[in-house]
Write a protein that binds this ligand. Structure first.
Ligand code: SF4
Ligand code: SF4
Ligand code: FES
Length: 244
């Protein structure tokens, strides 16, 4: 089979730019295979993060031809091969080197979310419909492609005020758990800044697990925040009771 040009970002936060490599195509090749071929035969110092090569660990996120994707899930024959295939690191996170970014901010956000706590005296019984609803959110592989594409983080860099779609998915899985007894509406409004999300659905479009992030997680969570903080009757009750 023919060679293809793969244009890979090389460098670190101080300096860097694209470098072209000719890679021999093979049947069923994915972008991660091409990167591994470069590493094996032309640039052994090329930094790339990966683990499973099965679209399940969420490690190999990158921007292929300008779109956030898992490299191991992107077949070369799905891309136009008469022009260079570009492979860049995720733009929304600090670059460490080549294709590897520092995603540790995400783990800091994660720590703000109170874990599952059963309601006092709850009966440990769940309806299958409730199991199905939260199961979708448990499919997340933490690839952070949704975080990478969200304009609130990507263009406006509001990491101090906004949690991002991945953590709305996690919060939705807890809030919609029928046995959970914690109220996370205040956290969503204040610390996770759900009000910054204007429902563009870009996050949903890039999710490799096809989680309906906007429709099934973000919109119901926004409704909870509105019910709790902006519903006129609830506001009066809160004022009388002195609750925040
Ligand atoms: S829908 Fe909201 S969270 Fe998702 S990308 Fe758009 S602004 Fe970000
Ligand atoms: S919600 Fe989807 S895109 Fe976002 S981190 Fe999880 S798997 Fe990745
Ligand atoms: S290597 Fe695990 S998701 Fe791509």
């Amino acid at each position: 089979m023919a060679d293809v040009t793969v244009r890979v970002f090389r460098g670190d936060s101080k300096a860097g730019g694209p470098v072209d490599y000719k890679v021999p195509l093979s049947e069923g090749m994915v972008v991660l295979d091409a990167v591994h071929s470069i590493q094996a035969h032309q640039a052994p110092d090329l930094a790339v993060r990966w683990n499973c090569k099965a679209a399940k660990c969420g490690s190999c996120s990158a921007e292929v031809n300008g779109k956030p994707r898992l490299m191991c899930k992107t077949r070369m024959d799905s891309l136009p091969l008469d022009q260079p295939v570009t492979v860049y690191p995720m733009k929304s996170f600090p670059l460490i080197r080549d294709l590897v970014t520092d995603v540790s901010w995400n783990y800091e956000v994660n720590r703000k979310i109170p874990p599952f706590q059963p309601r006092h005296g709850v009966e440990w019984k769940m309806d299958q419909r409730d199991v199905d609803r939260v199961q979708e959110f448990r499919k997340c592989i933490e690839c952070f492609l949704c975080q990478n594409v969200c304009h609130v983080l990507r263009e406006h860099d509001k990491k101090g005020q906004f949690g991002g779609p991945r953590f709305f998915v996690r919060t939705a899985g807890l809030e919609m758990h029928p046995l959970d007894g914690v109220n996370r509406a205040g956290l969503l409004r204040e610390q996770l800044g759900i009000g910054f999300c204007n429902i563009t659905k870009c996050c949903t479009e890039v999710c490799p697990e096809e989680i309906h992030i906007t429709d099934n997680a973000i919109i119901p969570l926004k409704e909870r925040v509105v019910d709790q903080f902006y519903d006129p009757i609830t506001m009066i009750v809160r004022k009388i009771s002195g609750a925040k």
